[in-house]
Ligand binder design. Structure first.
Ligand code: SF4
Length: 166
């Protein structure tokens, strides 16, 4: 079953940093978020210039490219440093489509700059795991206090860096 409070971005933040998820859920967004979104859009638009293949989901997310003929959702990313987060974001989209009645769809995680593509499928175990993630996310975003900071290298490129570390 879908959770109306979840979207692909939140799923990826769940895998990156719970504090980031908590802040994003409260709609705290900073300038660098918008820059990252613009850059992502540029990579996606130049990789798949035909925008007719985009699909807008009811949670507001736009799938980068949906190949209707082969039933493949493509998710385009700049780097593979956060691959687990990207993978589950795409699995979530497959789950979303399946829950909405669009079945037998697979995914491809595309890294045009690295000339790398990963095939992605949604298994029964993944569906169960996604349900567990929904439950976990609900607990995290309803926490009264901001989750603890991570002290990771990637904090330096996070939109919330100044908020967390200044
Ligand atoms: S700066 Fe680090 S701790 Fe803060 S939200 Fe970003 S990833 Fe999480």
């Amino acid at each position: 079953m879908l959770n109306p409070k979840v979207n692909g971005t939140k799923i990826s933040y769940y895998f990156i940093c719970h504090r980031k998820l908590w802040l994003f859920d409260r709609q705290l967004q900073f300038e660098s978020d918008f820059n990252a979104v613009e850059e992502g859009k540029f990579i996606s638009e130049t990789t798949y210039p035909d925008k007719h293949h985009e699909i807008k989901l009811s949670d507001g997310a736009v799938l980068d490219f949906y190949d209707k003929r082969h039933k493949i959702v493509h998710e385009v990313k700049k780097s593979d440093k956060m691959e687990e987060a990207h993978l589950w974001q795409l699995k979530y989209y497959l789950y979303y489509l399946k829950s909405s009645g669009v079945t037998d769809v697979t995914g491809k995680l595309d890294y045009p700059k690295l000339k790398k593509t990963l095939q992605v499928e949604l298994t029964k175990d993944d569906e169960q795991k996604i349900q567990g993630i929904f439950e976990d996310m609900t607990v995290i975003v309803n926490q009264e206090n901001t989750p603890e900071r991570l002290n990771k290298k990637f904090c330096k490129t996070c939109a919330y860096y100044e908020f967390c570390w200044a």
